[in-house]
Design a protein around this ligand. Sequence first.
Ligand SMILES: Cc1cc2nc3c(=O)[nH]c(=O)nc-3n(C[C@H](O)[C@H](O)[C@H](O)COP(=O)(O)OP(=O)(O)OC[C@H]3O[C@@H](n4cnc5c(N)ncnc54)[C@H](O)[C@@H]3O)c2cc1C
Length: 452
Amino acid sequence: MSVPATVVGGGLAGCEAALRLARGGREVRLVEMRPIRNTPAHRSELLGELVCTNSFKSEDTANAHGQLKREMRTLGSVLLDCADRARVAAGSALAVDRHIFAEAMTRAVEAEPRIHVVREECAGMPDGPAVIATGPLTSDALSASIRALLGDDGLAFFDAIAPIVDRDGLDDSIVFAAGRFDEDADYLNCPMSRPEYEAFVAAVREGESHEGHDWDAVPYFEGCLPIEVMAARGVDTLRFGPMKPIGLTDPRTGARPWAVVQLRREDAAGQMWNMVGFQTRLKIGEQRRIFSMIPGLAGAEFLRWGSIHRNSYLNFPARLTAAGAPPGRPDVLFAGQLTGVEGYTESAASGILAGINLARVLAGLEPVVPPPTTMLGALLRYLREADPRRFQPMNSNWGLVEPLPMDVRDKQKKRELLAERAQADFLAWMGVHGIAPAARVDAGASSVGASA
Ligand SMILES: Cc1cc2nc3c(=O)[nH]c(=O)nc-3n(C[C@H](O)[C@H](O)[C@H](O)COP(=O)(O)OP(=O)(O)OC[C@H]3O[C@@H](n4cnc5c(N)ncnc54)[C@H](O)[C@@H]3O)c2cc1C
């Protein structure tokens, strides 16, 4: 008889991993702590519960989230099958009735004869083969065990995310490349005059932020304060902090600007630029409005929005193998939001891959990861190659994906070409490694509302 696998966490990633393993013929013990022990955000004992929005975002494949879903469907995602059954009308987005969705996920898992669901808290690292997908609210006991394995800097409890902008949308007549005191020219700089700066600070001060819950209260560190907290301290605080202009000369004026927003390269291809020191709890609409006031960013596309919240995630690039295994334990794979991917579908996709790879490892095969021309492969490349000193979670976006070999100016056309190539490469990757879609589930839930 084959060795059974343990999957810890019955959330989006854990359910996908367990179903993938079970449908491949493996016995699975799925350990979920709810309702014995609850997280501060979950409200039910259902598997696959959505803790916040009921939307899985766009289905348009020229949209990064749409392409990720297409790759997941190609792999036979159970989450998307259940989402189709629980769909509510939401234009081009895939939105669901959250209760029908979670019931469908629970039924899909419970209907699988090879999955044995155990309701208990997993307090330590499992001894045998396992997928660990305990999410952003991993319990304290398991967190302590993970830290014992990976070191104190191997697991963070809060993220502090600065927005990322797409290189294509920057205004090159304003933004200039330079490092402070010319030590390097690796940064892009958005210069501000005094009136521009003061208007910006006033807008940040008045901007609406997320209130958050008590359990989500972030212990701010002085070196990593949200920009709105700095702005509230005094009009010059940001100018003496992340927006300091020291060592920078605007080539248009030959003078030092009053303040500067610096952008740091986030990827080797230079498609994604991180707004240095701009971690924030401003609401997304406010970020869009206020950050567009920054000279050079009026037409920028934001690939990732800033945020700061309670979020357990591993230092993947420093501590895990390409497939998400800790040192010396190739038969244990981390998956889901815990690995540093951000979002429902990103987490679920990572769970499918962990299921595929644990099955491969147990069959004596090497784990595999899709190429960086695909959305899932590009996300995984980010986890592997991001700077471990400032690793922060990432959602799917086109800036992660390997650029096209030719220059395409039209943004829509470019994204259609990227999506076309991603899908072709994803299918080729599956073919080379003999990966077939898992059989579709009959979760028994009916569709509600009109589909998009
Ligand atoms: C408050 C909040 C709001 C969010 N809002 C959004 C949003 O709007 N959109 C979005 O895309 N993403 C959102 N996220 C992120 C979202 O949680 C993830 O994208 C997604 O749920 C992650 O899937 P997962 O399977 O990795 O973790 P989860 O879905 O959280 O599943 C993890 C499971 O592991 C269980 N567990 C934890 N510890 C143990 C243990 N020791 N033993 C056994 N079981 C354990 C938990 O009970 C849970 O069921 C939000 C997160 C939080 C915390």
